[in-house]
Write a protein that binds this ligand. Sequence first.
Ligand code: NAP
Length: 270
Amino acid sequence: MKNLNGKNAIVTGASRGIGVHIVDSLTKNGVNVIGIARSIEGLKETAKIVANNQGEFSYLEFDLSQALKISELVNKFKDVDFLINNAGIEIYKEFENYQLNEIENIIKVNLIGPMELTRQLIPKIKENKGHIVNIASLAGKKGVVFNGVYSATKSGLILWSDALDQELKQSGVGVTSVCPGYIAETGMFNDGGYPPPPLLGKSNPRKVSKAVIDAIVKNKKEIIVNSGPIRPLIAIGQIFPRLSDTIINWFGVPELSKKRAFESKGGNKT
Ligand SMILES: NC(=O)c1ccc[n+]([C@@H]2O[C@H](COP(=O)([O-])OP(=O)(O)OC[C@H]3O[C@@H](n4cnc5c(N)ncnc54)[C@H](OP(=O)(O)O)[C@@H]3O)[C@@H](O)[C@H]2O)c1
């Protein structure tokens, strides 16, 4: 879709972090956006940030873990061209120490919520030959220790996007997964307060919001947002999974995850 001006989008996770940048980019391109999140305060802040942009921004308070209530949310939408499933959560800790409700909540917010919202919006998006963008993660390409439930949901998002893109192709609807690495300045990684492993680096959140625009305009299948060339490593991991463990270890990813898991247990930052 070449011209975004006057189109209508839903963006989940619009109250803070990367979602604010996605709303900013879309509204700067003339897209009218409805933002979804639990925090009304955060959504109001986003509204202030994008107030002078060309597209309009409005918002609705909603908890995406409540999949059974999604029909009430969807009933409030009229015309929908684009759905950006951006909301997501993670918990760093040893897997054996997770509570069942924590596992369930991550899967609900990161996977079931986006799937159910998308399922119910597909008829509207089909009418406009629109686009669905799922914000996944590089953690969906290679398992991240102490964050395995998150990795599982992001991996799930990537393959679901792939299948759905093929399924909807004839209807003119495109589906993209965007896979960011470590994002600086804002968002869940930045909030953790640790520097990224130097060899992997970090990207700014505008790269993610630009990826969302590219996804729609160029009908991309998958976009990786990372400061270094990561695709060869992912390919190596497909052929030699143990070798990719060694490489990721050498990059310092498990070490960083271990620090984050330790800190979430109440330990001090090291
Ligand atoms: N930051 C990174 O380095 C990075 C890297 C790779 C991928 N990602 C992905 O990028 C996306 C955005 O992450 P971020 O870094 O911007 O995270 P963030 O700053 O923690 O923001 C998460 C957003 O999701 C919303 N959210 C969380 N639980 C929700 C729920 N139950 N119902 C509705 N909304 C909910 C939050 O709003 P409320 O709390 O107000 O509900 C917030 O707006 C996520 O999918 C994340 O996995 C981030």
